[in-house]
Design a protein around this ligand. Structure first.
Ligand SMILES: Nc1ccn([C@@H]2O[C@H](COP(=O)(O)OP(=O)(O)OP(=O)(O)O)[C@@H](O)[C@H]2O)c(=O)n1
Ligand SMILES: C[C@](O)(CO)[C@H](O)COP(=O)(O)O
Length: 240
């Protein structure tokens, strides 16, 4: 019953510089068809009735332009546009503060993962409400090796236990806040949100997602992103 009435907030992190993409314009603002990648992402969450509020976290220099994007695209659930920090984890913390008192449950999502589906987001939310914490992920397809600085293989972890972790990552808000506070106190910086909660000794569940929920990271992701967008539009029958 309580689960049905849960209020969800979403932190969309988009304060990165996109170093690996190597473009002058940060990758979250590159156009995919006619819209910035970040707007595609925000619209996916805006359309979900379960979501009450979003906080968009961007570079300090981009706050004004993003407020304009939020207004131009009618993104009414974006209640604040906040300046992020030097690491993704610091940006998440800024976003969570902005959602204080707004939602008991939160998701963190990368602004550069525009292809997440409503079905996958709902699977992640449902799993989190069962367990307190859940992330979307897919089983890895390749054999993964650990390699040392001399280029020599040192270990081959069993593939059956390896998953590639995506976003959204969904948590009871108090749990994520506690995890991030401990991480800050310990000067620990993780590459995803689950790590902060794992460090509390709390189990984080995995909800199986889709291989198409890519994080646009390097230039070779762009043609694939165009292809995915065209495929989605064809499926929706809105191709022009
Ligand atoms: N200090 C940071 C770093 C990253 N991010 C966001 O976290 C997401 C995932 O990060 P990544 O793909 O690594 O983005 P960048 O940090 O921009 O890329 P790079 O590492 O190539 O510079 C992105 O939406 C990015 O904008 C953020 O909000 N604040
Ligand atoms: C959170 C994340 O998207 C999960 O795959 C990823 O860890 C972000 O890492 P990055 O170093 O910021 O690309």
């Amino acid at each position: 019953m309580a689960d049905q009435e849960a209020t969800w907030g979403v932190v969309i992190v988009a304060a990165g510089r996109g170093t690996r993409m190597g473009t002058v314009e940060s990758k979250q603002y590159l156009l995919l068809r006619d819209k910035p990648i970040l707007v595609h992402t925000l619209q996916t969450f805006e359309a979900m009735s379960e979501i009450a509020a979003m906080c968009l976290v961007v570079g300090p220099q981009d706050v004004e332009r993003c407020e304009a994007l939020v207004s131009d695209y009618g993104l009414h659930k974006v209640k604040s546009v906040t300046a992020g920090g030097s690491e993704r984890q610091h940006s998440v913390q800024q976003g969570l503060r902005a959602l204080d008192g707004v939602a008991d449950w939160v998701m963190v999502h990368d602004g550069v993962r525009p292809f997440v589906t409503h079905k996958a987001v709902r699977a992640c939310m449902a799993k989190a409400m069962e367990t307190g914490a859940a992330v979307l992920a897919v089983p890895v397809k390749d054999t993964i090796k650990q390699v040392n600085d001399n280029g020599i293989i040192t270990a081959t972890p069993e593939r059956r236990s390896l998953w590639a972790i995506q976003t959204p990552q969904a948590f009871r808000r108090s749990l994520l806040v506690q995890g991030l506070e401990k991480a800050a106190a310990d000067r620990f910086v993780g590459t995803d949100d689950a790590m902060a909660v794992e460090r509390l000794g709390v189990a984080v569940s995995v909800a199986e997602g889709d291989y198409t929920n890519i994080k646009i990271t390097t230039p070779d992701d762009l043609p694939y992103a165009e292809f995915l967008l065209a495929t989605r539009e064809r499926e929706r029958g809105t191709d022009v």
